[in-house]
Design a protein around this ligand. Structure first.
Ligand code: NAP
Length: 244
């Protein structure tokens, strides 16, 4: 199959391109550096020419109030381009529990992205993943100072980006799901515990202070960010990944 991977130079996209090409498909990375700007639509007809499947792994440059406009414009352009090019399957990557985090504008933007795809005429699949292992250091630094890292005890079920990429690749070469597939890591952690494990692995002697109001996930209630029944559970464990 010929597969356009938009955002194919990013963390997930670059791994998806490798997996697909290694399994005999023709996956082509697309991004501003290869001449495609999905925000304006520049380069899209060329990028989708002769393509069977389009995988959209772009990300908004900011996670703030500008993110809904990014996902709205890029998804509108993607659908227009996919219809014109006769693409038979569009795949996006969203976030487990995105619809249960109304206090986070970036998560609302991801739900908007999903809704545009679902409402359009192009056969689709949505993969929802939990937080990537690679994202955890950035999350800790958000509420850190010289001596402490403040974190709520919010439950999370993080996953290795390599496992997310495999799940996206698997869905991309299958029949359109017309539904959402959830993928998550093998273990559930309280975020403050995850912080302690992470700092210890880095030899970082700062103290984790449990603070239910700290950081972007303070507003998550109960099991909002945890994969529910039917999710694909990935193999890579966090401590094993940290030790690599
Ligand atoms: N972080 C998490 O824990 C998490 C969890 C679940 C789902 N997700 C979702 O996973 C997706 C991929 O995330 P990621 O971490 O792989 O992102 P990333 O590393 O930031 O990569 C983003 C990609 O999008 C491309 N891009 C940006 N603006 C573009 C535009 N206007 N037109 C075309 N391409 C554009 C970038 O190209 P350049 O390299 O040229 O800039 C890059 O290839 C995101 O949609 C995110 O919401 C993330």
């Amino acid at each position: 199959m010929k597969i356009a991977v938009i955002g194919g130079t990013g963390l997930i996209g670059s791994q998806v391109v490798k997996i697909l090409n290694a399994s005999g498909h023709e996956a082509v990375p697309q991004s501003p550096s290869t001449g495609l700007d999905l925000l304006s639509g520049r380069g899209l007809p060329e990028a989708l020419k002769g393509v069977n499947v389009v995988v959209n792994l772009t990300n908004s440059p900011t996670f703030d109030d500008a993110s809904p406009a990014f996902f709205q414009a890029t998804m509108d352009n993607l659908l227009t381009g996919a219809i014109a090019a006769g693409v038979g399957h569009a795949v996006i990557l969203s976030i487990v529990g995105a619809d249960q985090m109304p206090g986070l504008v970036y998560y609302r933007a991801k739900v908007l992205q999903e809704d545009i795809l679902k409402a359009g005429p192009v056969p689709y699949s949505i993969v929802r993943a939990t937080q990537f292992f690679e994202f955890i250091d950035a999350m800790l630094s958000e509420t850190a100072d010289e001596n402490t890292v403040r974190l709520p005890a919010t439950l999370v079920q993080p996953i290795a980006s390599a496992d997310v990429a495999q799940a996206v690749a698997d869905v991309s070469v299958g029949a359109p799901l017309h539904a959402t597939r959830n993928v998550a890591g093998p273990e559930v952690f309280a975020l403050d515990e995850l912080g302690k494990i992470t700092l210890a692995a880095h030899g970082d002697h700062r103290t984790v202070v449990t603070d239910k109001g700290a950081g972007m996930f303070a507003s998550a209630s109960g099991d909002a960010l945890i994969a529910k029944d039917g999710a694909v559970i990935a193999k890579t464990a966090y401590r094993e990944w940290l030790a690599r």
